[in-house]
Ligand binder design. Structure first.
Ligand SMILES: Nc1ncnc2c1ncn2[C@@H]1O[C@H](COP(=O)(O)OP(=O)(O)OP(=O)(O)O)[C@@H](O)[C@H]1O
Ligand SMILES: [Mg+2]
Length: 286
């Protein structure tokens, strides 16, 4: 028997009305995708290809113009405790401290104060914010705010994690630490994760599959299986090896080529799109 689908996108279309224009703007067109229970899927695509729009739909924060989205076989009709979202821009409650922000979701779940506090401390430590629990968002740097948002979503322990470029604002070292931490949490909890990134290396490193979106409107251009030989419980030394393996480079180049052709297509249309890393890992804004 095959694993049941946890999330289903079936012919999803999203249009936006644009002020002052008669025609609406199509951000997503005929997007069909299934995530099995416990899968780690990464979504990449040029800037403006509809990645965040897709995440909003899955989060139940907006409604599709066509097609349907299912969670456990039921239509997504709004936000729910079963999904945790890390937004591209940190969405913290400004009137709550870092700890208070992490505890917020736990209150909704009815967890008692003492336990809330200890869970919050655990996740603050995990994201490297030990001792910053009493700071308010405006007293934190951008990367620190993003780490609070990540800690909040993990502490909340939802079945499905929807993450929109969560590590983009972090320094390389913190990013790699959190990538490994996320993989560890994913392996030990069996969560279903949809992860959006601009980083091709990050996509290949994290994902079991990488879905590539086209630009304007966003459609699924390709879904790439990441057939790297991973160890269940990798030690840090092995991790660096996987990134420098021949297979890793091949897959990275394949995805880079897919994205590059999209960027070229948009340039012909006279628009702007970016693919952030060259096949050799150099930053290459195109
Ligand atoms: N509320 C809205 N009203 C009108 N257009 C919108 C709205 N939200 C998004 N769009 C448009 O939809 C397209 C997709 O936007 P989206 O934010 O999903 O892109 P993205 O792939 O997340 O880009 P990035 O990589 O830059 O974050 C863009 O052209 C954007 O202008
Ligand atoms: Mg986005």
């Amino acid at each position: 028997m095959s694993t049941p689908a946890k999330l289903v996108l079936d012919g999803v279309r999203k249009e936006f009305r644009v002020r002052g224009e008669r025609d609406s703007f199509t951000a997503l067109e005929d997007v069909s995708l299934e995530l099995t229970e416990g899968e780690f899927l990464v979504l990449v695509g040029p800037s403006g290809s509809g990645k965040s729009t897709l995440l909003d739909l899955l989060g139940g924060l907006s409604k599709p113009s066509g097609g349907q989205l299912l969670l456990d076989g039921r239509p997504i009709t709004g936000p729910g405790l079963d999904r945790g979202i890390v937004f591209q821009q940190y969405a913290l409650l400004p009137w709550r401290t870092a700890r208070g922000n992490i505890e917020f979701g736990l209150e909704a779940k009815g967890i008692r104060r003492r336990e809330r506090r200890s869970i919050a401390e655990h996740y603050l430590e995990l994201v490297g914010l030990n001792g910053f629990g009493d700071r308010y968002p405006h007293e934190l740097s951008g990367g620190m705010k993003q780490r609070v948002a990540i800690a909040r979503s993990l502490a909340f322990d939802p079945e499905v994690l929807l993450m929109d470029e969560p590590f983009a604002a972090l320094d390389a070292q913190t990013r790699e630490t959190l990538q490994d931490e996320l993989l560890r949490i994913w392996r030990s909890t069996g969560k279903t994760i949809l992860f959006i990134t601009h980083g091709i290396d990050e996509a290949v490193y994290l994902g079991q599959r990488v879905a590539v979106l086209t630009s304007r409107p966003g459609r699924i251009k390709a879904i790439v299986d990441i057939d790297l030989e991973r160890r269940e419980d990798p030690d840090p030394a092995e991790d660096t090896d996987i990134r420098s393996s021949e297979r890793f480079r091949e897959i990275r180049h394949h995805i880079w080529t897919l994205l590059q052709s999209e960027v070229a297509r948009v340039e012909q249309l006279g628009g702007v799109a970016t693919a952030e890393q060259g096949p050799d890992g150099r930053a290459a804004h195109v």
